[in-house]
Write a protein that binds this ligand. Structure first.
Ligand SMILES: [Zn+2]
Length: 97
């Protein structure tokens, strides 16, 4: 009986790990990775600050990190890039590539 319980819980963990997120969004395993990708997408798609995804959140379904465009506040790292002018500099540099 103990063995059976153990087997079932192992299988459940395996299912969770291979399960694709039902939101269908790109997922990132850490907040830091998601933030880096968030900044990257703003640079590469040349978004004005208020457009595109604004922040990252940990998903209740898959436990990984996704972008959100509905956030009322902007991600701190993204905001710092905009405030410092670094975002505009990188976006402009990208045009000449
Ligand atoms: Zn998810």
């Amino acid at each position: 009986m103990v063995f059976v319980t153990f087997f079932v819980s192992c299988e459940k963990i395996f299912e969770l790990k291979k399960m694709k997120c039902q939101t269908g969004k790109n997922s990132y395993s850490t907040k830091s990775l998601a933030e880096t990708a968030l900044i990257d997408i703003h640079i590469h798609r040349n978004f004005p600050p208020e457009q595109g995804p604004q922040d990252v959140y940990q998903c209740e379904f898959c436990g990984e990190w996704h972008f959100t465009s509905k956030s009322t506040s902007r991600n701190v790292r993204l905001q710092e890039m905009i405030d410092s002018g670094e975002m505009r500099r990188l976006q402009q540099a990208r045009r000449w590539e």
